[in-house]
Design a protein around this ligand. Structure first.
Ligand code: C2E
Ligand code: CA
Ligand code: CA
Ligand code: CA
Length: 281
């Protein structure tokens, strides 16, 4: 009946209002979090499965909210992306990650996630150059991870940015490949060094009848043809590690090797010359 309909409507608006005000509050808290030092970076190794050596660490943002505790970036990054706040968070993340990587061995790279909104800023390459020079790390040690959403405005809109970053000498990785707004043409035009195979293709890939092994093989073949490396993300179990290695993934990232670690933990490992991560599944 009409009345029921209105009841349902009222219920939904109340829920939506609650969700919206939660978001607004979180956004306000996030604006302060940077200044208050509530944000930090954690680093997860990308390991070569042939020798178990960490070749790179991905920088992942962490937020310890004084009341709510640790909040996942999967929750707060989308909120930051609704406004210019993501630009401030992104700049901080980039500078912090470069600074931290400066203390690692010279042959270990760092990968930083860059939101599409930030990537499309005309001053992006300048910001990257500045983060490199103030930290002192070589451009070739820095990888920027972007998702397919950077192509939302067409490839021409970001062509110039890709070219300038390429000239700087930083590396580019296509993150979460196959989950977004994909077009193979973009892979050809943009100077990616690495394709990250999304966790959704990796998780459960050893169950019988699963089509994900075929997708993993196809992405590896595509990457090889384009002279790019592949990273299998979210590898948790030994049989998954065996499968992605056998299918030719160049690097493996996942709990099987290590969760994201704090900088002090990474430095402890390096001090003991432990860049080897043993699979543990
Ligand atoms: P992502 O870039 O795809 O990062 C990989 C995520 O997978 C991380 O989640 C990591 O902790 C998680 N992960 C790694 N191995 C495993 C595994 O074996 N099993 C499972 N279940 N998960 C695994 P996290 O740190 O919660 O980050 C979530 C997302 O938030 C990231 O996904 C990225 O999109 C975004 N993000 C994190 N830090 C930043 C940042 O500094 N800037 C931007 N723009 N986005 C960020
Ligand atoms: Ca990433
Ligand atoms: Ca990813
Ligand atoms: Ca993701």
């Amino acid at each position: 009946s009409k009345e029921d309909g209105r009841g349902v409507f009222r219920f939904y608006t109340a829920e939506l209002r609650a969700a919206a005000s939660f978001g607004v509050q979180l956004e306000e808290d996030l604006r302060d979090a940077l200044e208050k030092g509530e944000l930090s970076m954690a680093y997860q190794p990308l390991v070569d499965p042939l020798d178990n050596r960490a070749k790179c660490f991905e920088a992942l943002m962490r937020w310890d909210h004084p009341q709510r505790g640790r909040i996942s970036p999967a929750a707060f990054i989308p909120i930051a992306e609704r406004s210019d706040l993501i630009l401030h968070l992104g700049e901080w993340a980039l500078r912090q990650a470069c600074k931290d990587a400066e203390q690692w061995p010279d042959d270990v790279r760092v990968a930083v996630n860059v939101s599409a909104r930030q990537f499309m800023q005309a001053n992006m390459p300048k910001l990257v150059a500045s983060a490199l020079s103030s930290s002192g790390i070589k451009a070739s040690r820095l990888t920027l991870e972007v998702t397919e959403s950077v192509f939302i405005g067409g490839v021409e809109a970001v062509d110039e940015i890709f070219a300038r970053l390429d000239r700087l000498g930083v590396r580019l990785a296509m993150d979460d490949f196959g989950t977004g707004y994909s077009s193979l043409g973009y892979l050809k035009r943009a100077p990616f060094k690495k394709i990250k195979i999304d966790q959704s293709f990796v998780r459960g890939c050893t169950e019988s009848g699963d089509t994900n092994p075929a997708i993993i093989s196809a992405v590896v073949a595509l990457a090889r043809a384009l002279k790019m490396e592949t990273v299998a993300e979210g590898v948790e179990a030994m049989d998954e590690l065996e499968l992605v290695t056998q299918r030719g993934a160049n690097l493996v990232q996942g709990y099987i090797y290590s969760p994201p670690l704090e900088q002090h933990k990474i430095l402890e490992n390096f001090a003991k010359a432990e860049w080897i991560f043993k699979p543990d599944g």
